[in-house]
Design a protein around this ligand. Structure first.
Ligand code: AMP
Ligand code: GLY
Length: 423
């Protein structure tokens, strides 16, 4: 079967790497892909939001399955478009993707399905949000309701900062239409974890747990990024908690989506805070997480193409997933200056040497080919991922590989997985 994968990040290189190992794959195309995905298939120069062109390409190239990486085309209805044309597509419909694209909708779904989350209120007018925040004397979290590339959340220990955040989102419109509504919610305390599950409309298959590292600096300091590293499994999610998360969060979410007439299909990602009172939902994503996918997929022993097809066909119950019991750690190497402005086009060296280390995979994110060199082309550049018998050995091995790679201004956190090691 020919497969078209949509996206260009580290997540997509990991998906491409895994799909390329499938016994049922004939040809893999990645649109638009990065320098790394060229090792797994053929890059196609079409942007992720150019749905008409992607559809035309799929028709001309006998594509049997489309796998969608990022959220933007999902909420724009890419899956609906392909399915209307009779092509299988892995991911939720536009209506179901509102679970990520509209935090007011997801808050409402959680309320009506009795799913644990932070107490929150939705506002459409700045003055109302301001009055509400001013009436509170504890920390607040202010979120743009729409898609804001992971940047639309302000955790404010002082309500005065909360008002400023609401003003930036609602009056200055720094996220455009994504900020027409804001959610103001209580700040939750605890350790975060990411739980991803395959969902085929009815059945759920929960993947191994993982944990992201959102802030740019060691010790979780500085501004939030797209994610500076991840590991799997996350020891904070014990087997007992995993059962509770499945029963009290994932199953009711899928049921709630069905009741609202938006059957859910694809990967359901629950971003959780493990509070003293139990797991609570911080957000949903309607796709694989980035960088969580990198350590998760190096641990998946089963055929990902088979799983994606089972999801599309509503036959998830027919398959079992096998996992490598060894933990995996992914360290993101970023361009100097990220998440602020940064330069592109820096030549990257040492990739082959790092990739030759046993049980190490160097996933590309913001990379491109230029005159025979691999150069930086984004904020997050690489996701250096290692498997080992213990989490500390996996961390050491990932950093051993990181230290073989150079580019001008390269930056990474040095404490990825320390929380798991301390446990
Ligand atoms: P989100 O995009 O909604 O996951 O939010 C991004 C990040 O903001 C999360 O990973 C948390 O670190 C933080 N966050 C979001 N909501 C809350 C909350 N209610 N309490 C504490 N931190 C939060
Ligand atoms: N790692 C967080 C995300 O994919 O949104």
């Amino acid at each position: 079967m020919n497969v078209l994968l949509i996206g260009s990040g580290g997540r997509e290189h990991a998906i491409a790497w895994k799909l390329a190992q499938s016994k049922d794959l004939d040809k893999l195309y990645i649109a638009p892909g990065n320098a790394g995905t060229t090792q797994c298939g053929e890059n196609v120069d079409i942007g992720v939001n150019d749905i008409e062109k992607l559809l035309e390409f799929a028709k001309q190239n006998d594509i049997g399955l489309v796998v969608v990486g990022p959220e933007d085309p999902l909420s724009a209805g890419i899956v609906d478009k392909f399915e209307e044309a009779g092509i299988k597509a892995f991911g939720p419909s536009a209506e179901a993707a509102q679970l990520e694209a509209d935090k007011a909708f997801s808050k409402q779904l959680m309320r009506s399905s009795a799913i644990s989350t932070a107490e929150g209120r939705v506002f459409e007018h700045f003055e109302d949000a301001k009055t509400y925040i001013a009436s509170r004397d504890e920390a607040v979290v202010v979120k743009a309701a729409g898609l804001a590339k992971g940047k639309g959340v302000y955790v404010c220990d002082d309500p005065a900062d909360g008002i400023l955040a609401a003003e930036k989102i609602m009056c200055d419109k720094i996220f455009g239409a994504a900020g027409e509504k804001v959610i103001v919610e209580d700040k939750l305390l605890g350790e975060e974890a990411s739980i991803l599950a395959f969902v085929d409309g009815r059945n759920i298959y929960v993947m191994e747990s993982s944990q992201d590292h959102k802030p740019i600096g060691d010790g979780d300091t500085g501004p939030n990024t797209g994610g500076m590293g991840a590991y799997s499994p996350a020891p904070v999610v014990t087997d007992k908690l995993m059962d509770q998360i499945t029963r009290e969060i994932l199953v009711p979410t899928v049921d709630g989506m069905n009741r609202s007439g938006r059957a859910y299909k694809g990967v359901l990602y629950a971003g959780l805070m493990m509070t003293a009172g139990g797991p609570r939902v911080l957000e949903y994503n309607v796709r694989f997480g980035d960088p969580e996918t990198q350590p998760i997929l190096v641990r998946l022993k089963s055929d990902l193409l088979e799983v994606c097809l089972a999801v599309c066909d509503g036959k998830l119950n027919d398959i079992t997933l096998k996992w490598d019991p060894r933990p995996a750690v992914c360290v993101v190497m970023a361009s100097g200056g990220y998440p602020g402005s940064y330069e592109k086009g820096k030549i990257i060296t040492g990739l082959d040497e790092a990739g030759k280390l046993k049980d190490v995979v160097v996933f590309h994110a913001g990379t491109a080919l230029k005159d025979g060199d691999i150069v930086t082309s984004g904020g997050r550049v690489l996701g250096v991922t290692a498997l080992a018998d213990t989490i500390w050995q996996a961390k050491d091995k990932a950093y051993e590989a990181v230290d073989k790679i150079q580019f001008d201004g390269a930056y990474c956190r040095r404490d990825i997985a320390d929380k798991a090691i301390k446990k």
